[in-house]
Design a protein around this ligand. Structure first.
Ligand SMILES: [Zn+2]
Length: 310
């Protein structure tokens, strides 16, 4: 069989995959020596036991392993890397390296942000020849995996520890409440929390923190009680610049306020608190009817902040 026929064979295996969820790709892999197929595999459905990767299944199926150094792997999806596997040595790039195959044909790069090119890089750096499927076959694979690709390109951020309309208490925690949630793809440092009251926005000073494989948390500060909307957003360069600038101004205001406090302490001023209030808020909200173009809303929840006890 020719290279192209073997690639088509791998695609036909991918077409027969029946994943149970959109996050599972449809992948087929064929191993051939001198144009003769010696191993075949397809990605499992995503139900635990059945969940082996196509390349791993195909490698396992090779009876005469001595042939492998002369073999070519045709896989519809870029082989995975240690970063995305719970057992790093079980990743396909590592298995291919151990098998010492000569050449790998890759259909499409893995849209998973943890892989995307790293598999190709890893194979090449191990001295394995890497080639890509021709464009029309790659297009077929993209169409076949359109749902998987879409899932991989979104962060899939959800707030999960608070229900819409829920009342939260912050007065015993210094005005801070910790929001938690899940994600499909790990958020980077361009993901922030903002609070909003009727068109006034407050970017939060703390970044989202990853707490486990698929969960995050973020501390949100509330300056007062009543209804608030808490938003998790992804900012582009412009949006991130706005948020960083806001944080800087807040920090400067805070420093200035502390200095003022020290100066007026014991100065004989009658009502220090009223004087400080008259200077305005340290963290003035940004007035925006809606989020600007540089800031993309990922998830939001409306909550009520409990009144502090009198
Ligand atoms: Zn894999």
């Amino acid at each position: 069989m020719t290279d192209e026929e073997l690639m088509k064979e791998a695609i036909s295996l991918a077409e027969h995959c029946k994943p149970i969820a959109d996050r599972i790709p449809k992948v087929g892999a064929v191993i051939a020596v001198d144009g003769i197929i010696v191993g075949k595999g397809q990605r499992g459905t995503g139900e635990s036991r059945d969940d082996d990767h196509a390349e791993k299944v195909a490698l396992k199926g090779v009876v005469d392993r001595k042939q492998l150094p002369r073999a070519t792997v045709y896989t519809t999806l870029e082989p995975c890397t240690p970063e995305v596997r719970s057992e790093p040595l079980d990743c396909c790039t590592e298995l291919i390296r151990q098998a010492e195959v000569k050449r790998v044909f890759i259909g499409i790069l893995d849209p998973n942000q943890g892989v995307r090119g790293k598999g190709l890089w890893e194979l090449q750096s191990r001295g394995i020849e890497v080639e890509l499927f021709p464009p029309e076959l790659a297009k077929k694979i993209r169409v076949l995996n359109d749902k998987f690709i879409r899932v991989q390109q979104t962060l899939g951020i959800r707030i999960t520890n608070v229900q819409p309309g829920q009342t939260i208490r912050t007065c015993d925690k210094g005005g801070v409440f910790e929001f938690e949630g899940t994600f499909l793809n790990p958020p980077g440092d361009d993901v922030f929390a903002l609070t909003n009251i009727g068109g006034q926005w407050w970017p939060q000073p703390y970044p989202l923190r990853l707490t486990a494989n698929d969960t995050w948390s973020v501390k949100v500060h509330f300056g007062g009680s009543g209804p608030h909307t808490v938003c998790i957003v992804r900012a582009n360069e412009l949006g991130a610049g706005l948020i960083r600038y806001y944080r800087k101004i807040g920090a400067l205001n805070r420093k200035a306020r502390d200095l003022v406090k020290e100066v007026i302490r014991g100065s004989g001023l009658e009502d220090e608190e009223a004087f400080l209030r008259s200077l305005g808020s340290v963290y003035p909200g940004i007035e925006m009817g809606k989020l600007p173009k540089g800031i993309e809303l990922l998830d939001q929840v409306n909550i009520l902040v409990e009144n502090p006890p009198k």
